[in-house]
Ligand binder design. Structure first.
Ligand code: PMP
Ligand code: GLN
Length: 375
């Protein structure tokens, strides 16, 4: 008997595989196809011959922990203690898994807001806890009334994802006020704030949970260098959390991975001296605008995109098929891969929406758009 009977192969694996089999342009799984910053690859090349090949301390390479603390201070004016409040992880995925398994107990409930990224539910189930899927509003803002109704003495954690994959939505000041008000009623609920796209935001200002005084003592914030620095294959990210929670998280981390690969940690530590998060934001804003411009005149209706490198589009003017079938046909007939949004819903709700990843070089975006405009 499976421990996870309803967990299927991730849609990102399924679509990337199919894209590759059909030689399609892959705008499905979220990863960039343009070269990594040469300053970073030069650092890595140089490090290969240096003495950086052994275990780092369990929480992370100490200079990297200090640089993360400095980045958190610069970005969010939050002071985090490098030794006690930061943990370097094998990507955000491991940070999320470790956090949930360390903090959630049997029969407790974890609120997941739908549509949601796919890595939250499995660790909750493995804790013998209960994922409670709560729908976002039609415009993808949280419905705090419904969230409030879903909370009870059993609720251990609310997971928020800001900026939001797949919709690109960013939480507003009023959302944080509602969340904080709600948490006053439930002193035991923790917040897991997945902010892997924190540096990919556009007109709207990203408000990190790390800026919220009222969340400080009960919130774990998840970051991903993979997303921020176009190195998804490195699988490296970090958590910030108050010491009492971090202590528990580290108990699991030490036996799950113990420490994260050393060269990547040293390289990123050096790179943080030179990289500008403003440049990343600017580059992606140009990509978003370029891609949206290229699709202007197609029969896809583009949804707003406030952050992330994903563009959600409605194909309801094109076809009545369900979104999974439509995405499959997009690959086989038009040579472009996208992600069906229904897979982000616990109940598979089909709204005739698909997600394109625009973290691609301009030639790729141009060719993909050319094909999409023929539909
Ligand atoms: N959270 C969200 C919302 C994501 O889109 C992703 C995919 N990068 C992750 C977590 C996992 O990030 P990582 O690749 O660093 O594990
Ligand atoms: N986060 C990526 C996305 O949303 C997928 C990463 C993965 O495949 N695990 O496309």
């Amino acid at each position: 008997m499976s421990k996870l009977p309803n967990i299927a192969t991730s849609i990102f694996t399924v679509m990337s595989k199919m894209a590759s089999e059909h030689n399609a342009i892959n705008l499905s799984q979220g990863f960039p196809n343009f070269p990594v910053d040469k300053r970073l690859t030069d650092i890595v090349a140089k490090l290969a011959t240096e003495n950086v090949h052994q275990y780092t301390p369990m929480s992370g390479y100490p200079p990297l922990l200090s640089k993360i603390a400095a980045l958190t201070k610069k970005s969010y004016s939050r002071v985090v203690h490098p030794e006690t409040e930061i943990l370097v992880t094998a990507g955000a995925t491991q940070g999320i898994f470790t956090t949930i398994t360390a903090l959630v107990k049997t029969n407790e409930e974890v609120l997941i807001l739908d549509p949601s990224y796919d890595c939250y539910e499995a660790p909750v189930l493995l804790c013998n806890a209960k994922p409670i899927r709560v729908a976002l509003n039609d415009d993808y803002t949280p419905n705090w009334e419904i969230i409030d109704k879903a909370c009870s003495s059993k609720t251990k954690m609310i997971i928020i994802n800001n900026p939001h994959n797949p919709t690109g939505k960013i939480l507003k000041e009023s959302d944080f006020q509602s969340l904080e008000l709600l948490l006053e009623k439930y002193p035991n609920i923790l917040v897991l704030s997945d902010e892997v796209y924190e540096y990919i935001t556009f007109e709207e200002k990203h408000i990190s949970a790390n800026t919220r005084e009222k969340l400080m003592n009960r919130c774990i914030v998840v970051s991903s260098f993979g997303k921020s620095f176009h190195i998804t294959g490195w699988k490296i990210g970090y958590l910030t959390a108050p010491e009492h929670l971090m202590k528990e998280i580290k108990k699991v981390h030490q036996f799950l991975v113990f420490s994260i690969n050393s060269i990547c940690q040293v390289a990123i530590s050096d790179y943080l001296d030179v990289v500008s998060t403003d440049d990343i934001k600017k580059m992606y804003q140009e990509k978003r605008d370029y891609f949206r411009g290229l699709l202007h005149g197609s029969r896809f209706e583009l949804m707003p995109c406030e952050g992330t490198y994903f563009q959600v589009a409605s194909y309801s003017a094109i076809s009545n098929e369900n979104d999974v079938d439509f995405c499959k046909r997009l690959i086989t007939e038009y040579g472009v891969a996208a992600i069906p949004i229904s897979t982000f819903y616990g109940d598979g709700k089909d709204l005739k929406l698909i997600r394109f990843c625009f973290a691609k070089d301009n030639a790729t975006l141009e060719e993909a758009a050319k094909r999409l405009c023929t539909i």
